[in-house]
Ligand binder design. Structure first.
Ligand code: NIG
Ligand code: FE
Length: 385
């Protein structure tokens, strides 16, 4: 094969995080060459892959990392919940508001009423905000329509906006987000399994199916049946598990070979053990723990048990209205006994892995040339500031 010529070379790099090996793959003074949107070469000093047409980018001694990967977001919704934020500030809990018909259902009402153009604009703005914090790939969930045509519409929005935005979106179907108050429980679960999942899968609108297994949402038995239907339709599964109460969701996720079990503020020792023995990644969401006044998820216990850990923003208008993945790294390092190296892995290679992606989250030949140049002298500076 002819040696390829680089069309983009990043020079004058201070620290580079390749995320190769068990740590962060730290290299100093490297040069990164790219061609056709892929990484061509990482050389220890000035590279020789440059030709006459090569664009050279001066990193000015900054930190170069893989584009961040956010493995848990809800970016397509309408409306906002600042009034509920005020109620929470005055002492009400997330579950109290949820059970009184607010919370997820207030966003469902606004989302159902919004035009597709409006949803696309909001979704694109949320992706802009993630990108501004260095995110180049995110998972994105539906879940604010809770009826068949509406859920399909939200997934279409995620696919359409993701295809034209700099941030790549991995779409997840979350028809089992909560039970709409006006429907029969069993009929709704049957609708998710027999109508929504087959149509989502048949149209290739999502890679994963998610569910909210919680007091006030879906039971472990309902989740189990929904996951069985999703897997039979060829979808991967991920779960909102143990956010407020221990439902055995971590064990259930592990049993189904789920890509991830997310939240886990209330996970039990048995749940941690089940995750550690499985290939399921624990996706921790410090923004939701902070907003909902939950205990921090037991990141240290999970890591020490050998569980794979990723970090997400959980960007949504209720439980975690933030797009700053670096802030999630800060919270993990400052409050959850996560090391800076573990935090970096959690928003790059580990997050990519739990989305089934092998060409992002690392800086190595063949990977997408999704890179961030931080104006930072050291990789610890990002969670630090
Ligand atoms: O991940 N808890 C369930 N789902 C979201 C919140 C969605 C919402 O409050 O609108 C979460 O926290
Ligand atoms: Fe969520």
């Amino acid at each position: 094969m002819e040696p390829k010529e680089a069309d983009l070379v990043i020079e004058n790099v201070g620290q580079l995080l390749t995320m190769e090996g068990p740590g962060v793959g730290l290299e100093e003074g490297a040069t990164v060459s790219c061609a056709g949107g892929r990484i061509l070469e990482v050389s220890p000093s000035a590279g020789d892959a440059a030709g006459g047409k090569t664009v050279k980018l001066d990193a000015r001694g900054g930190l170069v990392t893989p584009g961040l990967v956010d493995p848990h977001t809800h970016p397509v919704f309408a409306g906002q919940r600042s009034v509920e934020f005020g109620l929470k500030a005055a002492g009400k809990t997330y579950l109290e508001i949820h059970k009184a018909g607010g919370g997820i259902m207030s966003t469902v009402r606004a989302t159902r009423a919004a035009s597709t153009e409006k949803l696309e604009r909001t979704c694109a703005r949320n992706l802009d905000a993630l990108l501004a914090w260095g995110v180049t790939t995110c998972e994105g969930k539906s879940g604010y329509a809770l009826e068949t045509e509406g859920e399909l519409r939200l997934l279409e929005v995620l696919n359409t906006v993701g295809a034209r935005h700099a941030v790549d979106v991995v779409p997840t179907f979350l028809g089992a987000h909560t039970l709409p108050p006006d429907v029969d429980r069993d009929e709704y679960v049957a609708q998710v399994m027999e109508e929504m999942i087959p149509r989502v899968a048949q149209r290739g609108l999502a890679r994963y199916c998610d569910a909210y297994c919680e007091d006030g949402a879906f039971t472990p038995d309902e989740t189990d049946r929904i996951f069985t239907a999703a897997r039979a339709a060829g979808l991967g599964v991920r779960l909102h598990a143990e956010q407020f109460t221990d439902q055995g969701g971590a064990e259930l996720a592990a049993r189904h070979g789920a890509a991830s079990a997310d939240h886990l503020e209330a996970v039990s020792p048995a749940g941690i053990e089940a995750l550690a023995a499985s290939d399921t990644t624990a996706v921790l969401l410090p923004g939701a723990a902070l907003t909902c006044r939950c205990p921090w998820p037991p990141a240290r216990d999970l890591l020490d048990a050998g569980t794979r850990v990723a970090l997400g923003t959980d960007l949504n208008p209720g439980s975690s209205y933030t797009s700053s993945l670096p802030l999630m790294m800060s919270l993990a390092c400052m409050q959850m006994q996560v090391s800076c190296e573990e935090a970096w892995r959690a928003v790059t290679c580990e997050a990519a892995r739990c989305l089934g992606l092998d060409d992002v989250g690392r800086v190595t030949p063949g990977c997408k040339a999704d890179l961030v140049i931080f104006d930072a002298p050291d990789y610890r500076y990002v969670p630090y500031q």
